[in-house]
Design a protein around this ligand. Structure first.
Ligand code: NIG
Ligand code: FE
Length: 378
């Protein structure tokens, strides 16, 4: 089965020679990008889509979400907007609601959220556990996540649950819970922060996950300066996400190691923390991704276009850099070479915009500009 898209006003492929083309055509064969060129030379195909001058972009790669949870924390958000600070302990509110939900209920909730992401142009999504904090619930969350994506992350070390000693909990996370969760996960993650896990605990968690075959990523430097980014660089993590508070040494370490800095602008929006300076990172040579961090506490948005608009307005990225961060760099964060771009051979995951240019994603914030999404089934 082949599909040709003709009349593309602007085609973003991230090809080295010509990252953005105009008046382009693209052919998909067997779920892969098989041809890219001038619109009037587009080869014949089984199906033809006329883009009528619209922009076509790679589908968004949302490299950081917590889609599997139950409950609602809108009141906590409202209190924050009235001046109360964000505290990591709010996670326990969601843990109580999530433990009380069945696997079917959790699958329905997460599936509905994933449908929201897809409708807004996201074609690859990472999903974490972390609202179970006991063996059975963490495994249940990962089974649900694995039914929705191959990019699953075990985050048993989100916070220490109420009534449990931190030492005992780290032993559980790196022992029985890891054994139950590793079969359903590709990644291991830890929330390294005051109020969650310190550097030594986080290192123990990540190294145990790595020994079980999982690849490391981390929640780092979200609520203040701290050791998380350095730990990510020490262990060769794929990504250090949040990066809200970075010292010059943190920025240098990210640049030297190639660890992707995952910026999550919805979090700063929803917690009133200061936005990190993405321009500072790019200038230092750091690889910068943006993601939604979709979760009920700090960023309940499923919209990559919203995050792009925030990253442009508040983090100093140009609209083109922000799109790159939301696609190609998201793929780097997940160590994927088949998504995040539309070069020959890429998975045919793309969005056709109701706009002539990707610039409109930031220029027209809040407007539903994703007209159609194609996702390869393989
Ligand atoms: O990525 N930082 C830790 N975890 C989530 C917040 C979780 C919550 O508040 O429920 C985050 O921001
Ligand atoms: Fe997160």
């Amino acid at each position: 089965m082949s599909t040709a898209i003709r009349g593309i006003g602007e085609l973003v492929t991230w090809d080295d020679d010509q990252p953005i083309r105009h008046d382009a055509g693209l052919v998909i064969d067997d779920g892969r990008v098989a041809w890219v060129g001038a619109s009037d030379q587009t080869p014949a195909a089984d199906e033809v889509i006329e883009a009528d001058g619209a922009a076509v972009i790679p589908g968004f790669v949302d490299s950081h979400t917590h889609l599997v949870f139950a409950g609602d924390r809108a009141e906590e958000f409202a209190a924050r907007m009235a001046g109360r600070p964000y505290e990591a302990g709010g996670i326990r509110t969601t843990v109580a609601a999530t433990r009380a939900a069945s696997a079917d209920e959790l699958a329905a909730l997460a599936g509905a959220r994933l449908a929201e992401l897809h409708a807004q142009g996201t074609t690859t999504v990472e999903i974490k556990s972390g609202y179970g904090l006991d063996v059975a619930t963490e495994a249940r969350l990962l089974e649900v996540a694995a039914s929705l994506t191959s990019e699953t992350t075990y985050l048993g070390a989100h916070v220490v649950p109420s009534g449990v000693e931190p030492t005992d909990y780290v032993a559980l996370v790196t022992g029985e819970m890891l054994a139950a969760c590793a079969p359903h996960a590709r990644w291991i993650d830890v929330f390294c922060e005051t109020g969650a896990f310190d550097a030594d605990q986080a290192r123990t968690v990540l190294q145990a996950g790595m020994a079980a075959g999982l690849k490391p990523r981390i929640h780092a430097n979200q609520l203040g300066y701290g050791p998380g980014v350095q730990l990510a660089c020490e262990l060769g993590a794929a990504a250090a996400d949040h990066c809200t508070y970075l010292s010059d040494a943190d920025v240098s370490a990210l640049a030297e190691t190639g660890v992707v800095a995952g910026l999550l602008p919805g979090v700063e929006f929803s917690t009133r923390h200061p936005y990190p300076d993405a321009r500072r990172l790019l200038q230092a040579g750091v690889r910068v991704a943006i993601a939604t961090d979709c979760n009920p506490g700090t960023s309940y948005t499923s919209s990559m276009p919203f995050c792009i608009a925030l990253a442009v307005r508040e983090m100093g990225l140009t609209p083109t850099e922000a799109l790159h961060a939301a696609t190609q760099a998201g793929a780097w964060s997940l160590q994927r070479t088949d998504v995040g771009h539309l070069r020959l051979g890429a998975r045919a995951d793309l969005a056709i915009l109701n706009a002539p240019s990707h610039l409109h994603l930031a220029y027209r914030p809040g407007v539903p500009l994703v007209a159609r999404v194609l996702r390869a089934s393989a």
